[in-house]
Ligand binder design. Structure first.
Ligand SMILES: [Mg+2]
Length: 360
């Protein structure tokens, strides 16, 4: 049977106002400005994808993503989503730097493909784990607010809390003390989003140790291109170190593995897409690096893709797929649902991503 080919591709703005602003070392967000991508096949099957760009992370924003997807339209038309790997490579050769735009198209292609097979993204990636449990991130807030949020998260059943650091060492320390006091049974991960120098990161880790604040993971302490600095931090501190912004492409993961510059790699679909995200997972596993999966500020659509990718492949030691509630809902229903701190029963979420569009 001839495989259905792509008839059209569209990209539209997906805007959601945040109840509370989200602040990390590289900037503050009041609104989510994502992009909804729709691929329609000639048999009218629709595949949905989402990009959640963030300028300081991947150099993209809503406008560049929409422009990229529209520019890809003539390349995509007439191709079959069955040729997923070839299409993915082709998109990279055209727009190598537009990672979240390419990821959104990849997600939409696989959603459409798996709908035609009545399969799901979870089983496409191997269906390794039925459920996957996540940490929850507290952004850069006052110690009192961090205490309140951490207490609430522990009560909701979260076992790991991630806290953003890297803007002000003294404030960071106060915030972390508050979190560890409010949620003594939770493990704590910290993420500097490139905010420290190697020296500052090492001093900060030692300070935490001397203050008795236990940390499970230290994410991206230094600038993304400072792999020597990353390696230094990894060698000098007792906390495992994860590379996030330093790894977009499989070649980045390979370099980090060769240099032994980090203990773990954080894979995000918005940085690497699905095809190369899977390659990074394989490289990391082979090199004995721990796997982490992370997200940007996706709705249920993009988040479900990450949940199914990670749970399908299995073996992710650190999971940071924490949805903002107001973003998660709009404007979709279905997909993976967070209950307590876990996404359960992933084999039942289908076809594709199991996402329905409630308004267009
Ligand atoms: Mg990170």
């Amino acid at each position: 049977m001839r495989k259905p080919t792509i008839n059209s591709v569209s990209a539209t703005a997906l805007n959601v106002k945040l109840d509370e602003p989200f602040e990390i070392a590289s900037g503050k967000k009041h609104n989510i400005e994502n992009v909804f991508v729709k691929v329609t096949l000639e048999d009218q099957t629709e595949g949905y994808g989402e990009a959640s760009p963030l300028e300081p992370i991947n150099g993209e924003n809503q406008e560049t993503v929409i422009a990229t997807v529209r520019s890809l339209s003539s390349f995509l038309k007439g191709k079959s989503p069955d040729e997923f790997d070839e299409i993915s490579d082709g998109m990279k050769s055209l727009f190598w730097a537009q990672t979240s735009a390419r990821a959104a198209v990849e997600i939409a292609l696989l959603d459409a493909l798996l709908k035609t097979r009545n399969g799901s993204l979870w089983d496409y990636y191997g269906g390794a784990e039925q459920s996957i449990c996540t940490d929850y991130t507290i952004s850069i807030v006052t110690p009192d607010e961090a205490f309140r949020q951490a207490k609430q998260l522990a009560e909701r059943g979260f076992e790991a809390i991630k806290t953003k650091v890297g803007t002000d060492g003294a404030r960071d320390l106060e915030r972390l003390k508050a979190v560890s006091e409010a949620a003594p049974d939770c493990s704590i991960n910290i993420d500097a989003n490139e905010g420290f120098t190697a020296r500052e990161a090492i001093d900060f880790a030692h300070k935490l140790e001397s203050e008795g604040v236990n940390i499970d993971l230290f994410e991206q302490p230094v600038k993304r291109y400072d792999l020597e600095g990353l390696k230094q931090v990894t060698e000098k501190i007792n906390i495992p170190v994860a590379a996030d912004e330093s790894v977009f492409f499989p070649s980045d993961a390979r370099r980090i593995a060769d240099m032994k510059a980090a203990d773990a790699i954080n894979i995000k679909l918005m940085k690497s897409g699905l095809k190369e995200g899977e390659e990074i997972a394989r490289i990391s596993k082979e090199a004995g690096l721990d796997l982490m999966v992370g997200c940007m500020l996706e709705s249920a659509l993009g988040m479900t893709a990450s949940v199914m990718f990670a749970a399908g492949l299995g073996g992710f030691r650190y999971v940071d797929l924490d949805p903002r509630e107001e973003v998660y809902k709009a404007p979709f229903s279905g997909g993976a649902k967070l209950r307590g701190n876990c996404y359960h029963d992933l084999d039942g979420v289908r076809p594709g991503l199991g996402i329905r569009v409630t308004e267009q």
